[in-house]
Structures are given as C-alpha cells and as structure tokens.
Write a protein that binds this ligand. Structure first.
Ligand SMILES: Nc1ncnc2c1ncn2[C@@H]1O[C@H](COP(=O)(O)OP(=O)(O)OP(=O)(O)O)[C@@H](O)[C@H]1O
Ligand SMILES: [Mg+2]
Length: 474
C-alpha cells in the first residue's frame, strides 16, 4: 500500500496575520481540496492532524496503480494549494510498502506502523512546494513520473540513511503507456489553461452537461500538447472516461467527417487502413457493447458503418446520419463522461462543424466534453465558432513568455551553452515548436551532443547535460 502525507507551509504565519474567521475558512477550503483530489485519484483520507493530511491507497483492495495514483495526487495537491492563497504552500511525502491494517475499522487509525511514521518524516524533509518519495515508490512509478534524486536523508527512528526522490512531473498515461519516445520538453507556462480544461471537465461530468472548449492558437503554440497533458491527467484518476481523438485532414483532402470517423474507429479498435471484412465485426461488437437497445442498435450501426465508409447504401439524409451518430455518443455518455477532442479544426469541413454544433445543441444534457483545437483561420471559415452555444469556453494560446521559454529550453537540453540558448530564444519568439525543432535539428546534425551524465548537484542528482559539438558551426 502507499501512504501520502501532506502538510501546509505558511499557515501559522497566515493565521497570526489574519483574523481567525478568515484563517478557519482557508483551512476548510484546503481540507475540501485535499478530500476532493485524494478521492479523485482513488485514495482514502485517513485523518487530518491540524493542517496535515494523511491518505492511503491500496486498502481494502490493492491495485497496481496505487503508488502512481498517490504520487499523482501529491503532485496535483502541492500544485493546487498556492491557488487557495498565494502565501500558502504544501509539501508531501509518499511511501510504499507493507503496513498493519485493521480491517473493518473505518476512518481513524485504520493504518498504523512504521510505514506511516516514515511517510510523515519524508514529508518533513520535503521543501515547500515539492513531493518526496521513498525508493520503492519511485521504482514502481518511474515509468510514468520523472524523479530527481533528493539525496540521502537521516530520518528519525531509522538506523540507516534513506534515499529519497523528488517527483517532478507526470510524463505518460497510466503505467507508462503512450510515453513520447522523442525528446520532449517539460510542460511549461500553461498551468492556468490546463487547470481550466480540467475544471470544466469535472463541471461537465458532475453536472452532466455538454461543454465545448475551443482552443485557438497559431501553429506550434501548444494546442495538441495541452490536450495531451489533459489526457495524462484524466487517465490517472479513478473515474472512467471515454476518450476520443480525431484529426481533420488538411483542407482539400475532402473526407468530410474524417475526424469523427477517427473517433469511432478508436472506440471500436479499428485501424485506419483495416479492410471491411475485419472492421465490420469490430464495429458490431462495439455497438453491441455500448447500446443495450436492439432497435437503437439497428438504427445506429449501419449509419456508423457509413461514417467509416464500410457501407455505401443504407443511409438516409444528413439529419438522419446526425441523429444516429449523436445517439451513439449519448449512449457512451450515459455510461461515463465522454471526451471528443478534434485536432486541426481549421481544416474541418463545414459539415463536421455543423455536426459538432448539432451535437452540443441536441445532447446538451449529457456529459459530453468536446474540445476543438484550431489555428486562428478557423474563424475565417466559421466566424464566432462556438459563440452561440450555451456551454462554451474559448481559450486563446498566446506565445509563451520569455521566462517560460527559458525554462522550456533548460528542461529540454540542460546545460545548453548560453549564447546558443539566447539565439534560439530570440528567433523562437515564444513559439515552443520552434525551440523544440531547432534543438532536434542541432541534435540530428550532430551539432549538439549529449556531453556526459554529470553530477548536477552536490547530493548527486544525475541529469543529462548537453554541449555544442562545434560551437562555431552554429
Ligand atoms: N507549454 C509547453 N511546454 C512545453 N512544450 C510545449 C508546450 N507547448 C508546446 N510544446 C511543444 O512544442 C511542440 C509543438 O506543440 P503542439 O504540437 O502542441 O502545437 P500545436 O499548437 O498543436 O500546433 P499545430 O497548429 O501545428 O497543430 C511540441 O513538441 C510540444 O511538446
Ligand atoms: Mg496540433
């Protein structure tokens, strides 16, 4: 099992400086936040001790994701606390191992023993705003989470010094799946946007109301990355989410509903080039699985087959197709919140834009979360996209700030010589794609090389360092 300890830093100062009513209110918002987040990640709050929270994963039943969920929850909580009050920070410790569990005992005192004491001491060793974990936790979660060494620590009650690790960020979906193989910078500078996307999603799921989020930004400003961060997030929580992603083909390629077909193929496990003889049974199996009513199935299946170009005839007019496709997504949303992420909507055919509007209008009482990503050209094709919808949020991605771009570069290629970094930053003008592509190009051409693994801190954290192979040639 895994134990999480979180403590507030700065609360005493706040409570001395402000009136007691205000301090109490802040503390109650904090405990509300901790409860919500811990529950979201499948943990159980064991107890509040003053402003510290202890939570456990893996009791009564253990799952292989326990440790990862505990660390994800810890990172989320530590990142969210300053939003309650700027003067407030949290620090956390996570430890995985065996503990004595009193079965049947609800609430306080269910878990006891060495594991709990050590987790609380690890938390005390963490810097404000950070999450420290023990070695077993790191080993079972490092596929999905990046760590750096926090060195050896003497912990009270332990004979030997203990190795601790600082959790930095989540880099994949659950269990390390879908991790990017290439060089990817850490996600920087769009915390507000990501938080908004997460909050709107939870609103949509809790209120069972459809919502449209339109993300607009110039090429390379990070629209797809933002959605990828959202994916990594909800894959780590316990709530089941039906995820669909589809991309529009470049304008002129003329497959009207390609993005929607992508989504249906994804749900049915059908490959893009799979032929009809194997795709058709998969489609039937999927419809069977998600649609319980035989009449509805008879209506929907041929029309989905038409969408996937598996069937020529047997479809009526557009209204008829729209009704069938909509019914399919409604049945999914009946079971779990359903996300539809449309990429490259600036290339969407008018009929796809019409379908999205139709879906939001007619299925508004279902937890359908539609995210459209587009370059600003979308507005030339469909001025005021989304504006007429009731549940609509528009997000514009500005260029990243200079500070964020610096952090991005440092995270991507630590130790990059300053003058090269300056040149890249000056030309990138806040476009993350430019910085990433330039670094990849320098690496590909061998102008930038992996220098050596070096000791980045006195305590012996290992990180990558880069240097220019031939500075003059750059
Ligand atoms: N906030 C960010 N932090 C770190 N890296 C980022 C960030 N935003 C984007 N990147 C990186 O920049 C590159 C381009 O981003 P992305 O593909 O998301 O752009 P886009 O807006 O979807 O572009 P397009 O309009 O071409 O689809 C990717 O390698 C991505 O990981
Ligand atoms: Mg994109």
């Amino acid at each position: 099992m895994s134990v999480l300890f979180v403590d507030l830093v700065g609360f005493t100062t706040i409570s001395e400086a402000r009136d007691s009513e205000e301090a109490r209110e802040l503390l109650s918002r904090y405990s509300e936040l901790a409860r919500t987040l811990i529950k979201r990640y499948g943990g159980t709050v064991e107890k509040f001790i003053g402003d510290a929270v202890m939570a456990v994963w893996g009791t009564p039943t253990t799952t292989e994701d326990d440790a990862e969920r505990a660390v994800r929850a810890a990172l989320d909580l530590v990142a969210s606390v300053p939003e309650l009050d700027q003067a407030l920070q949290a620090r956390a410790g996570v430890l995985t191992g065996e503990a004595a569990v009193t079965l049947g005992a609800e609430g306080e005192g269910m878990v006891a023993g060495d594991l709990v004491n050590t987790a609380s001491r690890i938390q005390t060793a963490a810097e404000p705003g950070t999450v420290l974990v023990g070695d077993a936790t790191r080993r079972s979660t490092e596929q999905a989470i990046v760590y750096e060494s926090a060195g050896e620590h003497e912990l009270k009650g332990k004979a030997e010094p203990v190795d601790l690790w600082r959790a930095l960020r989540v880099v994949s979906a659950r269990g390390g799946s879908l991790k990017s193989a290439g060089l990817e910078p850490p996600f920087i500078g769009r915390d507000r946007e990501l938080k908004l996307i997460k909050d709107l999603f939870h609103g949509c799921a809790n209120d069972r109301r459809a919502h449209l989020v339109s993300v607009i930004g110039i090429a390379g400003h990070g629209k797809s990355r933002l959605v990828w961060e959202f994916y990594k997030y909800f894959d780590g929580i316990v709530q089941q989410v039906y995820w669909h992603r589809g991309r529009c083909l470049a304008y002129g390629e003329g497959v009207a509903y390609w993005a929607l077909a992508d989504m249906v193929r994804m749900r049915a496990g059908i490959g893009e080039t799979e032929d009809a003889s194997s795709a058709r049974p998969k489609l039937s199996a999927m419809v069977e699985r998600y649609m319980l009513d035989a009449e509805e199935r008879a209506f929907v299946e041929p029309r989905l087959a038409h969408l996937l170009a598996l069937e020529e005839a047997a479809s009526g007019d557009r209204q008829d197709l729209f009704a069938a496709w909509r019914l399919f997504f409604e049945r999914l949303a009946d079971a779990s919140p359903t996300v539809l992420a449309f990429e490259d909507m600036q290339w969407a055919d008018t009929s796809l834009l019409d379908f999205v509007e139709y879906l939001l209008e007619w299925s508004r009482d279902f937890p359908l979360y539609v995210i459209t990503l587009a370059r600003p050209e979308l507005h030339e094709r469909r001025p005021g996209w989304g504006g007429g919808q009731r549940n609509f949020t528009s997000l514009y991605l500005d260029p990243l700030s200079e500070r964020a771009m610096r952090d991005l570069l440092e995270g991507l290629v630590p130790g990059l010589p300053e003058h090269v970094g300056e040149q890249i930053l000056a030309r990138a003008e806040g476009v993350p794609l430019y910085a990433v592509e330039t670094v990849r190009m320098l690496l590909d051409r061998g102008l930038l090389v992996h220098w050596r693994r070096c000791r980045a801190s006195r305590r012996g954290s290992w990180s990558r360092c880069f240097r220019l192979w031939c500075a003059r040639r750059c």
